[in-house]
Write a protein that binds this ligand. Structure first.
Ligand code: HEM
Ligand SMILES: *[C@@H]1O[C@H](CO)[C@@H](O)[C@H](O)[C@H]1NC(C)=O
Ligand SMILES: *[C@@H]1O[C@H](CO)[C@@H](O)[C@H](O)[C@H]1NC(C)=O
Ligand SMILES: *[C@@H]1O[C@H](CO)[C@@H](O)[C@H](O)[C@H]1NC(C)=O
Ligand SMILES: CC(=O)N[C@H]1CO[C@H](CO)[C@@H](O)[C@@H]1O
Length: 324
């Protein structure tokens, strides 16, 4: 009898431990839809793959979309909302210019709605798609806690994303305001191993750094020559690969570039101005088994927790671009 009680005690203890492990303070958990929409992750994966296999360059903007969602009002799908007559949505703000791939989110949502109408949030879809595109370009795969609900507010005036012109102090402050660490900063910046950037995000560094027609002394002069060919002065429409040659492959190249003073943005170069971020970069380059892939999954999960709506808050949108 006593033995059975003891056994029961240990069992409930183990169950409680598992529970603690799979949930977090805000109530997201891996497999949130296991009863209500068991195939959701397979549907998201399949639909996303059908786009990425044809257009791998959509992986960049779709990863970035989760970042932009989470940093403004929390990961609540607010980045997806269209403007209305009376409201300028986040999409209208300057850093949006280059957000793309909304059609992928809409297609995923339609496919999911067919299977389980009104169950899966757009905010979760953004998080799952971000994970899937990274896997599809040979990056890590991680478990995405779900259970986010969709917000009903999206305001262009609230978009206060870190700009590519920030220095290390400002970057650390921006991340810390969202509850993210210095390690998260250097790890998530590694997302710049895929994708592209438009000339105005770095042209000051190659043409007119301090207003005297000079260049950024922290940028490799040979790289400046290369970038000037891609971006003529005043060009606002051209773009470059952030990790030239492997911008569609998720790898540790970003850290090699930054250490060679070829990080594209001031905010990339700034990671050499802090002991912790600099040491991290060195470790990723020199280690036989870099921790970056594992770290990236962990930091993405942390980012995915920012300001989430759970329980009865918010809603489950029917269409990701409009509130119900
Ligand atoms: C640390 C602060 C960050 C700054 C200042 C920053 C800034 C930028 C800028 C200016 C662009 C170029 C946009 C364009 O011109 O088209 C860009 C692209 C990108 N960013 Fe970041 N970013 C930051 C953090 C992140 C994070 C946390 C992620 C995701 C984990 C991310 C993922 C990306 C990706 C994948 C692209 C390529 C987009 C594409 O291919 O269209 N960035 N970022
Ligand atoms: C970063 O920029 C802020 C604002 O311009 C400035 O006050 C600060 O001194 C800068 N810090 C570094 C480390 O450059
Ligand atoms: C560089 O910037 C300064 C200050 O903004 C401006 O007056 C000057 O015309 C610019 N020079 C060039 C070559 O664009
Ligand atoms: C949202 O806006 C886009 C671009 O203007 C448009 O194509 C799309 O149909 C809109 N979505 C909804 C649900 O109104
Ligand atoms: C994708 C998207 O909605 N882009 C918009 C970003 O904001 C500019 C105006 O600042 C609009 O013209 C774009 O359509």
């Amino acid at each position: 009898m006593a033995l059975r009680l003891l056994f029961k005690f240990f069992l409930s203890f183990a169950v409680a431990l598992c529970y603690l492990h799979s949930t977090n303070a805000q109530g997201l958990k891996v497999g949130f839809y296991s009863k209500t929409c068991p195939d959701v992750e397979a549907i998201v994966q399949k639909t996303t793959a059908s786009f990425i296999s044809r257009a791998p360059s959509l992986s960049g903007p779709l990863l970035r979309m989760h970042f932009h969602d989470c940093f403004v009002r929390g990961c609540d799908g607010s980045v997806l909302l269209n403007s209305t007559k009376s409201n300028q949505a986040e999409k209208e703000a300057v850093p949006n210019q280059s957000l793309r791939g909304f059609q992928v989110i809409d297609a995923v949502k339609d496919a999911v709605e067919k299977e389980c109408p009104g169950v899966v949030s757009c905010a979760d879809i953004v998080a799952l798609v971000a994970r899937d595109v990274v896997s599809m370009v040979r990056g890590p795969h991680w478990k995405v806690p779900t259970g986010r609900r969709d917000g009903v507010v999206s305001r262009a005036s609230e978009v206060n994303l870190p700009s590519p012109f920030l220095n290390i102090t400002q970057l650390k402050a921006s991340f810390s305001q969202k509850g993210l660490s210095v390690k998260d900063l250097v790890v998530l910046s590694g997302g710049h191993t895929i994708g592209i950037a438009h000339c105005p995000t770095f042209s000051n560094r190659i043409y007119n750094f301090t207003g005297k027609g000079d260049t950024d002394p922290t940028l490799d002069p040979n790289y400046i020559t290369h970038l000037r060919i891609k971006c003529k002065q005043g060009d606002v429409t051209s773009f470059v690969q952030m990790d030239p040659g492997s911008s569609k492959i998720f790898d540790t190249d970003y850290y090699k570039l930054v250490s060679k003073r070829r990080g594209l943005f001031q905010s990339d170069a700034a990671l050499l101005d802090d002991d912790e971020t600099k040491v991290y970069i060195g470790l990723q380059i020199n280690s036989a088994q870099p921790s970056f892939f594992n770290d990236f999954g962990e930091s993405m999960v942390k980012m995915g927790n920012i300001g989430v709506l759970t329980g009865k808050a918010g809603e489950i949108r029917k269409k990701c671009a409009v509130i119900n």
